[in-house]
Write a protein that binds this ligand. Structure first.
Ligand SMILES: [Zn+2]
Length: 405
């Protein structure tokens, strides 16, 4: 067996093309002749988001890949670092890439990348610019506040619109990276700013739309499988200081095991993102918090309360004051669909135990099979996104009206 000619293959999708980057391995002999590189690609039609993870690569066989390039690639600044751009990709298709050369038969890979529609998976920079633009367009109605930084140093900001002295409604997006937040919330923020000046004089709404920016960005840039935890490998929705020490066993995992998708972290609020969320709550002190979850940028009016609140009738009736108008405005169900399901260390459980604030994780809930398939498997269309943007807007508008009446 001969050694690989390359190492450290990585790749991203920038909205238009897949960009592969790799280095020449130190074992590969230098030669005065330029290196002829071969790029192979395979479409992983069988790959399903929400079901398949990185182990999927072991089901692939190189013999199924097709050569898409053979030639000399320019070295970067005379170091043995190469870049290859693949413009011939279809959004929504997962690709496996391999690299080889004419030096030997050994190929390196596969690396899996899924180009996504970035209207449905908004890049961090675009999200940040959108918020800045809103501040510039509505300086009187918009307030941006920093609450800290992510593990990798991205800013975690909130945007408050309307009356700062009467903040009633709080919204949190993307505690879990592969779930929902910015795409739904930015639509709502923009539409309220455009159409509801009178309502916004009486009430303030605070949004922290991206609580897990590092891993979300990885998802946006092409990681095909669902990402949940932050860059330190901690489930932020188990990291709050609310009976943190009690081990949970949800989804068949233990929250005290580091490799578990629901790992709670070393100690409560160990993560900078959790600290930022706590700062957000303390700064805004909303009367209610809606935290968007589900998958693939979409959630519905399906509300999860702390599972330890189910006998607290007073708390539940406090929650219903917000859930009834949300459900009415959403316009699909006759009465709110509520479940008692969130864990120790979760944001809703923290808000329930510490402040008694009505707080909900919003999931997919009951939808038709076609919608369910699209959301669970990352096959959401622009039409489906628009449908749920409008639904949430109508729900929230109804909650605002009920708060000020
Ligand atoms: Zn979630």
């Amino acid at each position: 067996m001969e050694y690989s000619v390359f190492r450290k293959l990585s790749g991203t999708f920038d909205g238009e093309k897949v960009i592969l980057q790799f280095y020449r391995s130190q074992r590969a002999k230098e030669s005065s002749k330029p290196l002829v590189i071969k790029i192979y690609r395979q479409e992983c039609l069988d790959f399903l988001f929400g079901r398949d993870y990185e182990e999927f690569i072991y089901s692939l066989e190189f013999k199924d890949a097709t050569k898409v390039y053979e030639g000399v690639l320019q070295k970067n600044c005379d170091i043995n670092f190469y870049t290859y751009e693949d413009k011939d990709v279809i959004k929504g298709t997962t690709y496996a890439y391999y690299i080889g050369s004419t030096l030997n038969e050994t190929v390196y890979g596969p690396l899996l990348i899924k180009p996504r529609n970035q209207q449905l998976w908004l890049p961090f920079e675009e999200m940040t610019n959108d918020i800045k633009q809103l501040k510039a367009s509505y300086p009187e109605l918009v307030n941006i506040k920093n609450h800290g930084h992510s593990v990798l140093g991205r800013e975690i900001n909130s945007i408050t619109i309307g009356n700062l002295n009467h903040i009633k409604l709080g919204f949190v997006g993307l505690i879990h990276a592969g779930e929902s937040g910015p795409e739904l919330m930015l639509y709502i923020i923009k539409k309220l700013l455009k159409e509801q000046h009178t309502l916004l004089k009486k009430i303030g709404l605070s949004f922290l739309i991206n609580a897990n920016p590092d891993q979300r960005e990885k998802q946006v840039l092409g990681t095909p499988w669902y990402l949940r935890k932050n860059a330190n490998g901690v489930d932020l929705n188990r990291n709050f200081n609310a009976q943190f020490d009690i081990v949970e066993f949800g989804y068949g995992y233990r929250t005290d095991v580091k490799t578990s998708p629901t790992y709670r972290g070393d100690k409560p609020e160990s993560e900078p993102e959790t600290k930022a969320l706590v700062d957000f709550i303390e700064y805004t002190m909303p009367k209610v918090v809606f935290s968007f979850h589900s998958l693939s940028s979409i959630c519905t009016d399906s509300f999860l309360l702390s599972k330890y609140s189910k006998d607290d009738t007073l708390y539940i009736s406090k929650c219903m004051k917000y859930l009834e108008p949300y459900t009415k405005g959403f316009g699909v169900k006759k009465k709110p669909s509520i479940y008692f399901g969130t864990s120790y260390g979760s944001l809703p459980h923290y808000l329930y135990t510490k402040y008694g604030i009505p707080a909900f994780d919003m999931e997919l809930g009951e939808v038709d099979d076609k919608t369910k398939h699209m959301v669970i498997h990352d096959q959401v269309t622009s039409q489906l996104m628009e449908y749920y943007q409008k639904k949430h807007y109508q729900g929230i508008r109804e909650v605002i009206k009920s708060c000020i009446s």
